[in-house]
Design a protein around this ligand. Structure first.
Ligand SMILES: C[S@@+](CC[C@H](N)C(=O)[O-])C[C@H]1O[C@@H](n2cnc3c(N)ncnc32)[C@H](O)[C@@H]1O
Length: 280
């Protein structure tokens, strides 16, 4: 934040508020209830990237140049992900969730905030290893259209594969990750038979409604960017979408302890924040 232009945090905050309102009114993307401090950092980075000295200048640009909006979205959302990220989470799913999923004739899984598809493909591989993929449909949703289009290709830079491979191994893998991709020209192309079980689509936890009944939801490293009220909205959607005693995995970086909906989910693994729906 430039002290000459924004002598007090309040002056920055006023323009930020107007900026988020303008984005919502024009593009229907709602960042108004995102956690303030990280959003501030990301808007400041966008100002630098677009060469704008003030948020108002950035607003002017984005209001009159629709092509600038997808680029702005890349600044406002954080796309960091890995296949089998935090492998102990996937190990918990294998050990504590899969045995119950096995008892269902068909399965629907929702990966909310899927970024470029790493988490959705990880679930597809895990479920194939556990013999469940053939009866599963995975919905993978995000608000970033560029990330979703990349996810649909199932192509990753080969430089990322050593991390993905090690994560996969630590998740309790039943085979080699290389069984699921073809490498060449610096890229790894995931097996299209995984892709056939995944529907990628645009869905916002801030503005959209529930679209299916599912047995498992995984939403990791997404709620941390929301304020408490928006977290509660998302948790409400998850509760509504889950079938009776369905599973919710939030990962170790999130907590629902202070949420108004905490009592609606019973923890089955405190460390990995894996829960089961309570009630109807
Ligand atoms: C850090 S990534 C997490 C990716 C993956 N779940 C993981 O843990 O590796 C956060 C993702 O949440 C998405 N996101 C942000 N706001 C969202 C919203 N309102 N609804 C759905 N997805 C959102 C971002 O676009 C981004 O792809």
């Amino acid at each position: 934040m430039n002290d000459a232009i924004y002598p007090t945090p309040a002056s920055f905050d006023i323009e930020l508020k107007l900026f988020l309102e303008a984005i919502y009114l024009k593009y229907e993307y709602d960042f108004r209830q995102y956690a303030h401090s990280s959003l501030k950092r990301r808007v400041t980075a966008a100002m630098t990237r677009f060469g704008c000295a003030t948020i108002t200048q950035l607003q002017e640009l984005v209001m009159h140049d629709a092509l600038a909006f997808p680029q702005l979205l890349d600044f406002l959302t954080v796309q960091v992900s890995e296949m089998f990220r935090d492998p102990t989470y996937f190990r918990t799913v294998r050990e504590s969730v899969v045995p119950v999923l096995r008892t269902y004739p068909s399965l629907k899984v929702w990966v909310a905030g899927c970024s470029q598809g790493e988490e959705a493909y990880s679930f597809a591989i895990l479920l194939r290893e556990e013999g469940l993929l053939d009866r599963t449909l995975i919905y993978a949703t995000d608000i970033n259209g560029t990330a979703l289009r990349s996810a649909e290709t199932g192509v990753y830079d080969i430089a990322r594969l050593p991390t993905f491979t090690e994560n996969h191994r630590l998740s309790g893998a039943k085979g080699s990750l290389s069984d699921y991709y073809t490498a060449g020209y610096g890229r790894a192309v995931l097996d299209s038979s995984l892709r056939q079980h995944i529907v990628f689509s645009d869905h916002s936890l801030a503005t959209d409604a529930v679209f299916a009944e599912v047995q498992l939801i995984s939403c990791r490293n997404v709620l941390i960017y929301f304020d408490r009220q928006l977290q509660d909205r998302a948790l409400g959607l998850f509760h509504e979408a889950l079938s009776h005693k369905g599973f919710l995995g939030l990962g170790s970086k999130e907590t629902i302890r202070f949420s108004a909906l905490a009592a609606q989910f019973q923890p089955i693994n405190e460390r990995e924040r894996v829960y089961r729906k309570v009630g109807l």
